[in-house]
Design a protein. Structure first.
Length: 713
């Protein structure tokens, strides 16, 4: 990460923090020695020589030291001809300071010293919180970098050498003992263990890692010993990329922050106009002393304590919530824009689906377990992706796989093996043609219509059944689609696959709209088509061949980025392969924006009431607003804004995720898949029991043959 950017933000945080504590310390004697405070709390006995002069001196120090960032900001904004928050604060504290000095040394009147000091304190606190929120995520991540191991166990020529992590190079193999942190990004070359990646990705459960699996530097190794080949070092590592992304997000402004600045600018002009009008009118009605006090009261009361905190507090909380959940925000404007999207377009492969082959259907003319056992026995000898999927499915169903002999690969057709006394062929329809076997089963015809790959199993010259394979749909995709629809967001699917495959996935997930046979370079055109229809579009893809579409969309969301987080085309990056995180992003964005707007209304609401009263609009009815009372209302407004911001904590997605993990999972009796009851495709009551299904096909299969599957439910 660029050190300059970090130190720049760190300097801001330390600067505001130091000014706040010094100003707060000086504010205590200012409050105790102020005549108004002494009268309120019965402290009239607390008198010192040159009391008003002492308060003036202390207030001047607070004004010059604590108020310096705002005075400098006022000059910058005036030079740029863009008055905003700094102008409003700078004018308010300057008017309060010089008017108060005038009441002590030049003319009679009530001073504004304690209001001035507390105003500067609250504004410094607001800017300190804002500066901390800007650094929040990167500070947490840099803290993580600091607690990463400084030493690694390098394996060289059969020996284990302890070397600094900075000396590791790509291709080095390191030993990671149980309980140790993984020193750098790499791939497991030996061993098996569970790895805790919670601090990195928000994934609370340890992830099992074995040979060939990627691991991230900083993750904590569990119970096993691992040998890891280093793939990335230094600036290439996952953490370095994340810190770089967070810095980009820090440098992007919030649209709502701009709204707050525009509100402050408007407030400045209104307060200035009302202050001048009050001075002119009261000069005629009650003389220049009263007129000046009224005008100064308007300018001091107009200063937005609450407006200064309205946005920073919410930004701080939302930054913390998203970073903890493995949601990386590259651009805060895009994060705020997500709340307005009315269409989410998902890329199919690797996003809604797992991105690898799996068995989706079994059509058996014998015992299903026997069919799977015989097919897996033959395919166990093959490295083909279909063979691995069949073996994996049999193992997941707990089927015992027998040994096959006389294995033969039949190129373009399938494979043969002898399992016990049975001669078993596993292969395509070409194999059936060669063996002279005809298929006439509407179930298999339906599988072909869905664009699935169908593999036949022939035992001793007779067709024993068929296995259908396809890119497996993620169980979480059902819940993600349902969640988006509940929010009133339309869901589209985009895929380069055939019409048949797209139609099957769309029907399974209950997606009404999809684009099929779309080449990677044409995906952006489909997004543009939706935008031209007036939709605000979010595109969700894996960022590999979806880059043009991610850029074209109003908001680009890269999902399942894992360690490859530097996806330049995405505005928001979801570390985990979980489509439900898209729902979380929209939800947090909506809640965040709602809190910001509520806070702005609270802050502005105070001003709409107090400015006219301070100007003396109701003075004819003996209703006026002394600066002291205005300050109390101002403080109340600030407290309400602070408390309202804290309620955002209850929307933390982490809590949603933890609840999901505590849920009891159920098993689909047809395919054996473990599913969350709330995310199930459907459920039916059968013989006094509720049975859940992961898909329409499983439900239909059960209804056709309930006796066969009821015992598995």
């Amino acid at each position: 990460m660029n050190g300059h950017g970090h130190h720049h933000h760190a300097h801001h945080v330390e600067g505001f923090k130091q000014r706040f504590w010094v100003s707060l310390a000086l504010t205590v004697p200012i409050l105790l020695l102020s005549e108004m405070i002494q009268m309120w709390f019965g402290l009239e006995w607390l008198k010192i020589p040159f009391q008003r002069e002492t308060v003036s001196l202390l207030s001047l120090i607070v004004y010059l030291y604590g108020g310096w960032p705002f005075l400098k900001g006022l000059v910058d904004e005036v030079r740029a001809k863009q008055p905003g928050m700094m102008t409003l604060i700078g004018v308010a504290i300057s008017v309060a300071m010089f008017y108060s000095l005038g009441t002590v040394f030049a003319f009679r009147g009530k001073d504004f010293y304690w209001e001035l000091a507390t105003l500067i304190d609250v504004m410094l606190l607001g800017h300190w919180v804002e500066a901390r929120s800007v650094m929040g995520a990167s500070m947490a991540l840099e803290e993580l970098v600091r607690i990463m191991p400084t030493m690694a166990h390098l394996i060289k020529n059969g020996e284990v050498l302890d070397v600094p992590v900075t000396q590791l190079r790509r291709g080095d193999v390191v030993l990671v003992r149980p309980g140790e942190k993984i020193p750098s990004d790499g791939v497991v070359v030996e061993g098996e263990s569970s790895v805790n990646e919670a601090l990195l990705t928000g994934e609370s459960k340890p992830v099992n890692k074995t040979v060939g699996d990627k691991v991230v530097g900083g993750a904590i190794n569990g119970e096993g010993m691992l040998k890891v080949q280093v793939e990335r070092t230094g600036e290439e590592t996952y953490l370095a990329q994340v810190i770089r992304l967070v810095r980009q997000a820090q440098e992007s402004r919030s649209r709502t922050q701009d709204l707050a600045n525009r509100a402050a600018a408007l407030l400045f002009y209104v307060a200035l106009a009302v202050g001048i009008a009050a001075f002119v009118i009261w000069s005629f009605l009650a003389g220049s002393d009263v007129a000046l006090e009224r005008a100064v009261t308007v300018l001091v009361i107009a200063c937005p304590h609450a407006l200064g905190l309205a946005i920073p507090l919410v930004v701080a909380l939302s930054t913390s919530i998203t970073a903890k959940s493995g949601i990386l925000i590259r651009d805060r404007r895009a994060f705020e824009m997500v709340k307005d999207v009315d269409v989410v377009v998902f890329d199919k492969t690797g996003t809604l689906t797992v991105g690898k082959f799996g068995v989706t259907d079994v059509v058996a003319y014998t015992s299903e377990n026997r069919l799977l056992g015989l097919a897996a026995a033959v395919e166990l000898n093959s490295e083909h992706v279909i063979a691995k999927a069949i073996v994996g499915h049999a193992e997941s169903r707990g089927v015992k796989i027998p040994q096959a002999k006389e294995f033969k690969s039949l190129p373009g057709r399938g494979a043969y093996g002898k399992v016990g006394k049975n001669k078993v062929y596993v292969g395509s329809v070409n194999l059936l043609d060669e063996l002279g076997i005809r298929v006439n089963d509407p179930k298999i015809e339906e599988l072909y219509k869905q664009g699935k790959t169908v593999v036949f199993v022939v035992v001793d010259g007779k067709l024993a059944g068929a296995l259908a394979l396809a890119d497996m749909i993620r169980p979480e995709s059902h819940e993600a689609v349902r969640g988006l629809k509940k929010m009133g967001v339309k869901v589209y699917m985009l895929t380069g696959d055939s019409e048949e495959v797209a139609n099957w996935v769309a029907r399974e997930l209950d997606i009404e709209n999809y684009f099929a046979r779309v080449l990677p370079d044409k995906k952006a055109e489909k997004i543009k088509l939706l935008k031209d229809e007036g939709y605000r579009v979010a595109m969700v893809g894996d960022g590999v061949n979806d880059a043009p579409a991610l850029v074209t969309a109003d908001v680009g969301i890269a999902i399942g980025a894992g360690t490859d987080v530097a996806i330049e085309s995405a505005d928001i990056i979801l570390v985990r392969n979980d489509p439900r995180d898209v729902v979380k992003v929209i939800d947090v964005s909506r809640k965040t924006y709602a809190k910001m707007v509520q806070n702005l209304w609270w802050a502005a609401g105070y001003n709409t009431v107090t400015i006219p009263l301070a100007a003396g609009v109701l003075a004819g009815y003996s209703v006026s607003l002394p600066p002291a009372v205005g300050a109390i209302i101002m403080s109340l407004s600030t407290i309400i804004v602070a408390l309202n911001s804290q309620t955002l904590r209850k929307y933390e997605p982490e809590g949603v995720k933890m609840e999901m993990e505590k849920k009891r999972l159920v098993t689909d009796p047809v395919c054996g898949m473990k599913i969350d009851p709330d995310a199930a495709y459907s459920k039916i009551e059968h013989e006094g029991r509720v049975i859940y299904f992961c898909s329409r096909i499983c439900e239909e299969e059960f209804r056709r043959n309930p006796k066969k599957y009821a015992k598995l439910a």
